[in-house]
Design a protein around this ligand. Structure first.
Ligand SMILES: CC(C)NC(=O)[C@H](Cc1c[nH]c2ccccc12)NC(=O)[C@H](CCCC/N=C(/NCCC(=O)O)S[C@H]1O[C@H](COP(=O)(O)OP(=O)(O)OC[C@H]2O[C@@H](n3cnc4c(N)ncnc43)[C@H](O)[C@@H]2O)[C@@H](O)[C@H]1O)NC(=O)OCc1ccccc1
Length: 228
């Protein structure tokens, strides 16, 4: 059995990491166009660094929850039975890995990594960034940025994602509102290919109508219930 799982901010909500669009969500409190675009970084780098330093601190202090752990078990179980889990996340936190998941595709990048816009070198990065931070590779200051995908930038691994999606036997979306593309378009692609689709979410998402099955409830209860 080949299972494709797409996760969003909802799977990390019960680990204390805010979602984006829910009441009190990040994009309800901050303007994404002023913080999560390359233009914003060019205009107000210190403001963007302050925003991501705050979120990076939140990720350091968070712990994976029962939903992350259930997916790590599913990965091992499918591998043991000759199948495969393809775990694609929109999340920039590292809670899937810290729960024991081995193969995690971060289509929107990783907050615990930084990249130099001058030489392109990327590396793990757990501390704050600022305009004075020097790139350990080329030494240039002011070019280090969070290694995440901002609005208007091309998401990562799109070819591998499309290939895995097309050959999967089941598509599952967990904790995502279906508001951001191209990720929000995956369920339609799976449906067009005749692949069964299952939504696991606190409430119906913007693309709820495209799923053949749905389980609604907190991820820490719904995901283990579906996996075990
Ligand atoms: C706003 C939207 C309309 N805009 C877009 O989609 C744009 C533009 C666009 C492109 N195509 C379009 C088509 C139509 C319209 C617009 C577009 N897309 C882009 O710019 C993308 C880049 C988008 C990536 C931006 N970066 C993020 N994050 C990283 C940074 C950062 O984190 O700061 S997006 C960010 O928001 C996205 C959505 O958030 P969710 O994870 O779904 O979270 P949300 O809060 O919305 O929902 C939470 C859900 O969980 C549920 N929930 C809550 N608690 C729980 C709980 N306890 N248990 C279970 N569920 C729970 C809730 O009910 C809710 O449903 C995530 O992807 C997340 O990564 N790039 C691109 O298109 O490049 C070109 C291209 C594309 C393909 C090929 C070639 C070229």
């Amino acid at each position: 059995m080949k299972v494709f799982v797409l996760t969003g901010a909802g799977i990390s909500a019960e680990s204390g990491l805010g979602t984006f669009r829910d009441p009190g969500g990040l994009w309800r409190r901050f303007d994404p166009m002023r913080l999560a675009t390359p233009e914003a970084f060019a205009d107000e780098p210190e403001e963007v660094h302050a925003f991501y330093n705050l979120r990076r601190q939140g990720v350091r202090e968070a712990a994976p929850n029962a939903a992350h752990a259930a997916l790590a078990r599913l990965e091992a179980g499918l591998a043991a039975s000759g199948g495969r889990l393809f775990l694609c996340t929109q999340n920039v936190d590292d809670l899937h890995e810290r729960a024991g998941s081995r193969a995690v595709i971060h289509m929107h990048g990783e907050l615990m990594r930084a990249r130099c816009t001058a030489c392109g070198a990327g590396r793990p990065w757990a501390e704050d960034l600022s305009v004075d931070t020097a790139c350990p590779a080329c030494g240039r200051r002011g070019g280090m940025r969070p290694d995440v995908v901002w609005f208007g930038e091309v998401p990562r691994h799109l070819e591998a994602i499309a290939a895995a999606l097309d050959e999967s036997d089941l598509f599952v979306a967990i904790g995502t509102s279906g508001a951001v593309y191209p990720a929000a378009g995956f369920v339609a692609r799976a449906r067009e290919a005749g692949i069964p689709t299952h939504e696991i979410n606190l409430a119906p998402s913007d693309t709820a109508g495209l799923f053949t099955e749905a389980t609604y409830g907190p991820a820490t209860q719904a995901v283990p219930a579906c996996v075990d």
